[in-house]
Design a protein around this ligand. Sequence first.
Ligand code: FES
Length: 573
Amino acid sequence: MTGKTEKLRSHRWLGVEDLRAFGHRSRLRQAGFDAKDWQGKPVIGIINTWSDLNPCHGHLRARAEDVKRGVLQAGGFPVELPAMSLGEIFVKPTTMLYRNLLAMETEELLRSHPIDGAVLMGGCDKTTPGLIMGAISMGIPFIYVPAGPMLRGNWRGEYLGSGSDVWKYWTEKRAGNLGDAEWSEIEGGIARSFGTCMVMGTAATMMAIAEALGLALPGASSIPAVDSNHPRMCSLAGRRIVEMVWEDLVPGKIMTCAAFDNAIRVHMAMGGSTNAIIHVIAMARRAGIALTMDRFDQLSREVPVIANVRPSGKYLMEDFFYAGGLRALMQNLREVLDLDCLTVTGQSIGANIAGARVYLPDVIRSLNDPVYPGGATAVLKGNLAPNGCVIKPSAADPRLLKHRGQAIAFEDYNHMLREIEREDLDVTPDHVLVLKNSGPKGGPGMPEWGMLPIPRRLLARGVRDMIRISDARMSGTSYGACILHVAPESFVGGPLALVQTGDEIEVDVPARRIHLHVSEEELARRRARWTPPAARYPRGYGALYSAHIGQADEGCDFDFLGPHGVVPEPEIH
Ligand code: FES
């Protein structure tokens, strides 16, 4: 399949006879290439988020070579462009502070170079939305290559799940039920290969959402990182992106309202991470689609959780792959999906999942036999969160889904950490823990502090869940009755800022309601006394971030990165 070479974006750099093109060609020759390498061929930019400090992407350096192999086979010219890696574990204060920076880097890498189509290589939490947001804004054909999950963890014959089992066993260690030797063994067994976290955390959720949107090859998101299917998928992606360039299969043709509805339905069926709400809203807005949290709540009432994967279920992503993977899950969702949506294959979602089957029916359940009958994510509103907040009911103790209790309010994360360890903290299992100043501006970067630790005093009594409310996020590997993303956040004067210890808070998940039982007059008095905290960053990226970041219900994008019109192509002279 070929097209008009003159229409390629890269033609302006390489195909014309002027002084600048001479410079570009001579420098490609400097790199060891010759005209045969690029003449008449689409230039494919491989945006690779590999780094030594991101073991989730440890295999992507080798996998880029597989992508290149495919590009060459299809008659393209592959070039690899490294981008910031955003390894969830090592990047501080939080990778969310840098998601938009990766999005900007991706967009500008593609714009400023002679690139006709892109392969995006990522998977660790924020890399998927960061890469995709930037590529949507650039608007050239792209295909997303998910890093894939790591193997199951193992400890004394027991399967361990990333994050989820860390929280679980850390709690047992704090309660005095686990010794140092056992803890060290778990440390050595919980992450056994390259690849992303292998529970249904943010990484697995976002990789699957990208595939459900039609941005990855069918089945790609479920392949374990070390499985030989993975390099084969990479080279296929390399072949396919060359065809996509000739077909002018730009993201605008794929990313429709119906495609986002499909992605949200898949998210609900998987019991996906609450973080996905923020990222999907941000991606949709980049695509010019005004998606709101209300749509998540609507669709969550229609689609039960059918993926029996931790933290909502029992198994791990490796099992999910053996059970048939995302194609099989989508096959079980056929009746609620729009099967006509176009994908990177040039075929519809319906065609992509044709023939897929579930092989392990306890891992991927049917709509009639769900893991959890309600939706994975509920959006609550009320005077404490006028613009909304979220909870993952499937990962919470059911008794807490309708609850009224007295607040214990923490002004910030450090305050909370000090108090939570106090043996004399006046707390019962019915109290409601409230953490302030942990949102997009207050964190800053909305850190994953939303699964507040159970107070030490209650741990000893066997308490393992209670209502916790914050404007923070929580890891997709976390669990518990944690109410997150309260918007507007406390740092900008949202009602959460006004909560005091002793206030009554009512949560009613079935009614989607959250209410602070304090009179309007008293709230007005507190608001009049409230003073905004000082800005955290006097200069640099942090200052830019704080000045322009949006709230959680808007996807936490920068105000200047939304779809405000077309950025001109760079002048070449
Ligand atoms: Fe990378 Fe979890 S730390 S996916």
